[in-house]
Design a protein around this ligand. Structure first.
Ligand SMILES: [Ca+2]
Ligand SMILES: [Ca+2]
Length: 225
């Protein structure tokens, strides 16, 4: 599942316009494709001006007011199952300032036993730099499948021909599930428009503290102004 997620993420990024090496491999003025950046650094730092070179290689303040779609994939172990769930998120994110982004999206998660569908929103604070550590928070809410013991109701709940066999369960899709989470991670601007990220979240769910768990994910976003 996880590798499938990565393959989808790579496929998402590999549209012809985006299929390129990271910007600025050979020069520190990495974001000259952006008009605001290009104007600011039209005269680049002198060869001997090391702080100036570092500044122009790191500066990502031009991202203010940009927005675009993101696709994330990750793994978690929330719910009653001990099997990790693979998840996909698809949504829209925007930078209100160069250091803060909001997002909203859809999330789907599944493993062999359970599944979850819902929506999410969140906010992240980062450094306005090309390589950008961030902290943030998020919230998701939706519905999950749940299994309950059903070996004493005179029905063949799982349609296997035996009524009330030992361990019989009833599967339903009515378990409302919400989680809030703090998160931390790092962004890297592959180009002035394409952002890749890795992150970890600590999910605090309505399933009770026993179900709290870590979630690890990767994402790609394609931004424009
Ligand atoms: Ca049965
Ligand atoms: Ca039964």
């Amino acid at each position: 599942m996880f590798w499938w997620v990565i393959v989808v993420a790579i496929g998402f990024s590999a549209t012809p316009a985006q299929a390129q090496l990271p910007s600025g491999l050979t020069k520190s003025r990495w974001a000259m494709d952006d008009p605001e950046y290009a104007e600011k650094y039209s005269v680049g730092a002198e060869k001997t001006n090391v702080p100036g070179k570092i500044k122009q290689a790191a500066d990502a303040r031009f991202l203010k007011d940009s927005s675009g779609a993101y696709l994330s994939g990750g793994l978690t172990a929330f719910g009653q199952s001990s099997n990790p769930m693979g998840s996909l998120e698809l949504g829209y994110a925007g930078y209100g300032t160069s250091f803060m982004a909001n997002r909203m999206g859809f999330i789907a998660a599944a493993n062999e036993d359970d599944y979850f569908l819902g929506g999410e929103l969140g906010m992240r604070f980062q450094t306005p730099t090309r390589l950008a550590p961030f902290v943030g928070w998020g919230l998701f809410a939706g519905a999950s499948s749940k299994s309950e013991p059903a070996d004493d109701d005179n029905r063949d709940n799982d349609d296997d021909g035996d009524v009330d066999e030992w361990g019989e369960e009833e599967e339903s899709f009515d378990g409302a599930l919400m989680a809030i989470y703090p998160e931390t991670g790092i962004h890297f601007w592959w180009t002035p428009r394409v952002r890749i990220s890795g992150f970890g979240r600590y999910l605090v769910t309505t399933e009770g503290r026993d179900a709290d768990s870590w979630y690890y994910g990767m994402s790609i976003a394609i931004m424009s102004k």
